[in-house]
Ligand binder design. Structure first.
Ligand code: PGA
Length: 259
């Protein structure tokens, strides 16, 4: 059976390098007892190097929460795929809903469009990073329009991605389920339906045998209490975890729940 991928997206929850190192080390101490799964940690960019050094010689990988769509040149303040790779990242998140263009309290909070997401996919691929591509609808409606949203996000982001499908995982993260309580996460039966739909969409974009091998993860209010059912019924092969990954105790409890 393919290994589970359990990824921790630390967002801005971890603000100090000592805290980041401590969390990485606490997970490293446990990593050997969870040999059936691959852990990937996504610290804030300035901590990638310290966390990667701390988890060296373990099965834990480190990634960047985002990368620039620019590969190099005069782009002040951006961080390129090659740069994060150089300091120890082997993965990148692309297209997280908190980075896709959206309005937050009337302020345009992030401005990633389908075009910039395509460029980030290319930059990641050229730098040799593995990608977790995040897709997710803002809301569900009874007519099922969210399926069309997911199909569009996938086909746009993957339009120019290598047809080998290697170094790719998809994270289905419905925006309405992110940052809530476990009870408000996607229902396992709805997740199963969406995982089948994503798999079918991938098989239109990639060779069928390749499409079956691309891991599909779920993210959105996953913790130790709902992880097992989401995994069992939901038909996914891992999680992208936000809040519950930012504390060693809750993350390790989650790992125990899915083991
Ligand atoms: P959450 O975040 O687990 O805190 O809902 C998931 C994510 O945004 O990746």
């Amino acid at each position: 059976m393919k290994k589970l991928i359990i990824a921790g997206n630390w967002k801005l929850y971890i603000e100090q390098v000592e805290e980041a190192k401590k969390l990485g080390l606490a997970l490293k101490r446990k990593a050997a007892s969870f040999s059936g799964l691959d852990m990937v940690l996504f610290p804030p960019a300035p901590f990638i190097s310290a966390v990667a050094a701390g988890v060296k010689n373990s099965s834990i990988a480190v990634g960047a929460q985002t990368i620039s769509s620019f590969e190099e040149g005069a782009h002040t303040g951006y961080i390129s795929a090659r740069t994060v790779k150089d300091v120890g990242a082997t993965w990148a998140l692309v297209g997280h809903s908190e980075r896709r263009a959206q309005m937050l309290d009337g302020i345009k909070a992030a401005a990633e469009t389908e075009e910039t997401i395509q460029a980030e996919m290319k930059a990641a691929e050229r730098a040799g990073l593995k990608v977790i591509l995040c897709v997710g609808e803002e809301e569900r409606d009874p007519s099922g329009a969210h399926f069309a949203t997911i199909a569009r996000q996938l086909s746009s982001a993957l339009a120019h991605f290598p047809k080998s499908g290697a170094k790719l995982a998809i994270a289905y993260e419905p925006v309405w389920a992110i940052g809530k309580s476990a009870a408000e996460a996607c229902k396992p039966a709805d997740l199963e339906e969406m995982a089948i739909f994503i798999r079918r969409t991938l098989s239109e974009l990639f060779d069928r045998t390749i499409a079956t091998k691309i891991p599909i993860l779920y993210g959105g209010s996953v913790d130790a209490t709902n992880a097992k059912e989401l995994l069992g019924t939901g038909g996914v092969s891992g999680f992208l975890v936000g809040r519950a990954s930012t504390d060693a105790k809750s993350f390790i409890e989650l790992l125990h729940a899915v083991r």
